[in-house]
Design a protein around this ligand. Structure first.
Ligand code: HEM
Ligand code: NFK
Length: 279
């Protein structure tokens, strides 16, 4: 019998690193571990704080993936775009799984630390807004809550003027000869894109003959997967909120569940959904 543990040449890791910690130099784990400052003695608050921070990190990574995908589409490099989009689907699954520690909060449990949140609200998350902007969900009014952090606001403002991931998809379709209306190509990038019947028809045609442009069907389906995962994140957020605080007013000043329900209803990349009725 030979198992790895019985081999005499098994090396233990280095213990003496000569006064440096290369892991920490790269991962910055000690800096990260210094960022969990709770405001109450309630043992449940840490789960709220860490889950929110974990989600912020996933938001950041997703923005990175979709920026990578957008830049690759601009270069007509579909393989690089698809690889980044594929990674983002796995990351979205992990993001959505991170609702679990908050999904069953009772109002009593949430109330134990809710007052310590003050006027803070996820509505004020700049990284979430950045994520929505890169997907094409955008409006200038969403810059207003970030006036208190001028650096973040400037970054968001710049993002508002850049093509979204979906804009890059439409431009790619245009370069491939699909008749994307000029008004769609020239539209004000700072506004939310509500969809266009001509673009809907183009997707319907791509889907109706999948053997003609299989990689465009795969792109459409991967974007649909992204849209569905975002819809799930919003739905899970809505249900966690409903369980934790019922119909109370939100710390951000909204009517809470009723406001979230309205936002959770909308689907991103609308034409990829409406086109299905035409195939
Ligand atoms: C028990 C847990 C949570 C509750 C009860 C809750 C509640 C709410 C409520 C009521 C709103 C509406 C705005 C307001 O008036 O405050 C909101 C918005 C928001 N929350 Fe949460 N939330 C929870 C957890 C989280 C977590 C973990 C995140 C992740 C960072 C998050 C991110 C957001 C975002 C991004 C918005 C704005 C959504 C939009 O603009 O459409 N929330 N939340
Ligand atoms: N809007 C929530 C509180 C909330 O979600 C929150 C508050 C402060 C900091 C972060 C929060 N949520 C998620 O990031 C509430 O009304 O209780």
């Amino acid at each position: 019998m030979s198992s790895v543990s019985q081999q005499s040449d098994v090396l233990a890791p280095r213990y003496d690193l000569g006064g440096t910690t290369p892991y920490d130099d790269y991962i910055r784990a000690s800096a990260l571990a210094g960022l969990q400052q709770t405001r109450t003695d309630d043992p449940g608050e840490m789960a709220f704080l860490v889950t929110s921070q974990v989600m912020e990190l996933w938001f950041k990574l997703l923005v990175h993936e979709w920026q990578t995908a957008g830049a690759a589409l601009r270069d007509d490099d579909l393989p690089t775009a698809m690889t980044a989009l594929g990674r983002s689907l796995d990351e979205l699954q992990a993001l959505n799984a991170s609702w679990l520690p908050l999904a069953r909060l009772t109002p009593t449990q949430f109330n134990a630390y809710r007052p310590a949140l003050g006027d803070g609200s996820g509505f004020q998350s700049a990284m979430y807004r950045r994520l929505e902007f890169v997907l094409g969900e955008r409006s200038a009014s969403m810059l207003v809550p970030h006036a208190g952090t001028p650096g973040m606001q400037a970054e968001l403002k710049q993002a508002l003027g850049e093509p979204s991931l979906y804009d890059e998809v439409l431009r790619l379709l245009h370069r491939r000869g699909y008749p994307i209306p000029q008004a769609v190509l020239d539209r004000d990038l700072a506004q939310r894109y509500a969809g266009d019947p001509a673009v809907e028809q183009i997707w319907a045609e791509i889907y109706a003959a999948p053997e003609r442009e299989p990689e465009l069907v795969r792109l459409g389906e991967t974007l649909t997967d992204v849209a569905e995962a975002i819809w799930r994140w919003r739905g899970d957020h809505l249900m966690a909120t409903r369980r934790a605080m019922g119909a109370k007013v939100g710390t951000g000043g909204s009517s809470g569940v009723a406001w979230l329900a309205k936002r959770a209803d909308a689907l991103i990349f609308p034409e990829l959904w409406t086109a299905r009725s035409r195939v």
